[in-house]
Structure formats: C-alpha cells, structure tokens
Design a protein around this ligand. Structure first.
Ligand SMILES: *Cc1c(COP(=O)(O)O)cnc(C)c1O
Length: 383
C-alpha cells in the first residue's frame, strides 16, 4: 500500500522514554504510570485520571464503579465498536442500541428519549470520529431521569465541546490508546472523572481488587502486606506503555493541528463534489479528527462502497469502514433480536461511509494523492 490507512507517529522521544524505563528495572505499573496519569489529567483538566490497559477495560471498570446490575439497560449508539456494548453484556445487562444522526454519525437525541425505560441506568455516548456528541442535551436528559453518563471517548483526544475539553464533561470518560488512535501506547486506556469515590474504586479494581497502592509493595516505600478488598481485574497499565504515553502526550497538540490541517484540505477538495459528502463539523465544538469519514453519493456513481474501497486499494490508498453497526453483528442480532429496519440512519451511513487516511506523518503529497485517487474513482464510475 503506497498510503496505508494509519501509521503511528513514533520518534526518538518515544524510543528514549521507553529505553529509560527498560533500563530502570521497573517495567510494570509504577512511577511512569503515575507520571502519565498526572500529566494526562493536567492536559484534559480533570480531577482524577486512572490508567488502564485498554479503553475496553476502562468502560468495564466505569460500569463496575457506578454499579451496573444484571437486567438493567444501557443506551448505546449502534454506530460504534463492539467494546462499547460488550462490556455491558459482562454484567448480564442489556445494551439498548439506538440510531444515529446522519450528518455527525453521533447518537440521535430523539432516539435516546424513546429508548429510556424504568430499567435504564446509563447512557454511553460515543464521540464518533472525534466530534463531541450533544453533551449538554444528553446530560440534561440524564439528570432529569437519574441516569449516569459514561463517555466513550476512544476517538476524542483531544476534542472540545462548547469550550470544555472532553474528559471533564460526563460522569466518567474513557479514552483509548490503541495503536490507531490519536495517542498510542500500543494498547492502553485512561479513565477520567471528577468523583473521588469512583476514582478510588477504579484504582482498586484495576489491580485485582487489592487495597490502595499495594503495588508499591516492591518499592522502597512499600511492605509485603496487602489486602484484597474487592473482586478486581488485571487491567493495569505498565510503565513501558506509560513511557510511550508520556512521550506521545508531549506532541498531542502538534498531532491534532496536523490532523485538523489534513481534514481542512480534504473538506476543501470535496466540498463541491457531487460524488462525496464530506463530514460535518458543528460550529460549537472541535473534533479530534481521529477519523475522516466521507459518505458516497450512491445516486451519482455506478459502484457500491465495497467496490469503491477495492478501487482505492488498487490505486494504493488504504481505507477502512467505521463502523459495521452493532445491530448487524450476529452476536447482538441473535442475543437481542435487533433488525435492520430499526436503524435507518445507521444503515444509510453504513452503505456509504469510507474512512480516509488521516495521521500526522502524511505528507502534503500523500494528502493530494488520496484526494486525486478518490476523485479519479468517482469520475471513472460516474453514473
Ligand atoms: C477503539 C475503540 C474502543 C476500544 O478501545 P481499546 O483501547 O482497543 O479497548 C472503544 N470504543 C470505540 C468507539 C473505539 O473506537
């Protein structure tokens, strides 16, 4: 592939930070993880930040801390990665999938309202592609019904909603540092919250339910004694991952600026196209631009989305699809009986969406090449 869908931006800073950790003799969760948590929470402006080994773990712990129970319901947009809903099933609870807004691909407010029942406990909005959801309306709705809002911010570092950074708005926010995300530690995740009680519970749950700071037992300040106070998990971050995170966080703003620039170039090129619908950015928020998702105007071309992706691949441009809506997957369909007719907007988007490459190391020439390739395929298959 001449232009892969994604390349992580790793430079000498990451190498030297990781090397420093390897030489230090402390590899698992320790001083670097603490430092990364401190710097992360300063960056987003949250009161607490707890590092874990994935966003999936973060979502699981968030629901545990806020006490999701069997047979309760959690409202989730169908246009997301399986992790968002899977963690709900761990509790024997039900992920109630709802439709999205066609323009932003974010959860549809009217659909949330319709989905609320006496069993509903949580709403998990997903900031699709990095663009924040309508958080004021979601939180207002949640407060009036006594629901808790956990944000799936896997795409949304950094992103701004009405002047506030994502990570400071909902009750709990979960970030991903998976290899393709906007900041990577290989795999990893972070939980932010303003509530001390939840932060403390999550800290204990992420390492076997061992009482606070017991992992320090191998360091000079610790002792051999510890107590298991809860049914916890092995979800801690390692200092090797945190070292990557510390180095990546230093350039997170630079990487964001570069993605914004790429998004601007794409949108300028596609704005007047009769073949392509570029993504819409609402004026009161700033996207992280983790993804740049175009929608094909199928009325103007003779091929479908799959063929479009095939043609781009043949020209050397890597793409992806975000997402195959959850209601289409056999697990969710068979377990909960969802049908395609229940999600007309997600279906409409799914037929048309293609995610183009967007990452800081793309050169101007590569951006141009992607634009030209997209336009070339459109022209060749004009209806
Ligand atoms: C990547 C992703 C996740 C899962 O993140 P991991 O760190 O891989 O567990 C969750 N939700 C969404 C929307 C994602 O894109």
């Amino acid at each position: 592939m001449r232009i892969p869908f994604h390349k992580p931006y790793i430079t000498d800073e990451e190498l030297s930070e990781v090397l420093d950790t390897l030489k230090s003799g402390w590899l698992t969760m320790g001083p670097k993880t603490l430092k990364f948590e401190e710097e992360f929470k300063t960056y987003v402006g949250s009161k607490y930040a707890i590092a874990v080994n994935s966003c999936t773990a973060a979502l699981h712990l968030a629901l545990r801390a806020a006490n999701l129970r069997e047979n309760e319901e959690v409202i989730i947009p169908t246009m997301t990665f399986t992790a968002t809903a899977q963690v709900v099933c761990y509790f024997g609870a039900k992920p109630v999938l709802v439709d999205i807004d066609r323009e932003t691909c974010n959860i549809d407010l009217a659909e949330i309202e319709k989905a609320i029942t006496p069993r509903t406990r949580f709403i998990i909005p997903v900031h699709f592609g990095g663009q924040p959801c309508d958080m004021d309306e979601i939180i207002y709705m949640a407060r009036s019904k006594g629901l808790i809002v956990i944000e799936d911010a896997a795409h949304a570092l950094p992103a701004i909603y009405r002047g506030r950074k994502i990570g400071t708005i909902g009750d709990i926010t979960c970030f991903s540092f998976y290899s393709t995300k906007t900041l990577t530690t290989g795999d990893g995740g972070m939980i932010t919250t303003e509530k001390r009680e939840w932060a403390e519970k999550i800290r204990i749950l992420r390492l076997h339910g061992i009482s606070k700071d017991a992992w320090k037992r191998y360091s000079d300040e610790g002792s051999w004694y510890y107590e298991v106070t809860d049914l916890g998990y092995k979800y801690n971050m390692t200092d090797i991952q945190a070292a990557l995170g510390i180095a990546q966080l230093k350039k997170v703003d630079y990487m964001w600026e570069r993605r914004k620039e790429i998004a601007r170039k794409y949108t300028d090129a596609f704005r007047n196209s009769k073949f392509i619908i570029p993504p819409l950015e609402k004026p009161d928020r700033v996207s992280a631009w983790h993804l740049y998702v175009i929608k094909l105007n199928l009325e103007a071309i003779t091929i479908d989305r799959s063929r479009f992706i095939e043609e781009l691949k043949r020209m050397g441009v890597g793409t992806s699809v975000h997402f195959i809506p959850l209601h289409r997957h056999p697990f969710y369909k068979n377990t909960f009986g969802y049908s395609l007719d229940d999600f007309p907007s997600a279906e409409w988007v799914y037929e048309r969406c293609v995610s183009l490459p967007i990452y800081p190391q793309m050169s101007d020439w590569e951006i141009e090449f992607v634009i030209e390739s997209v336009c070339n395929v459109c022209k060749r298959f004009e209806r």
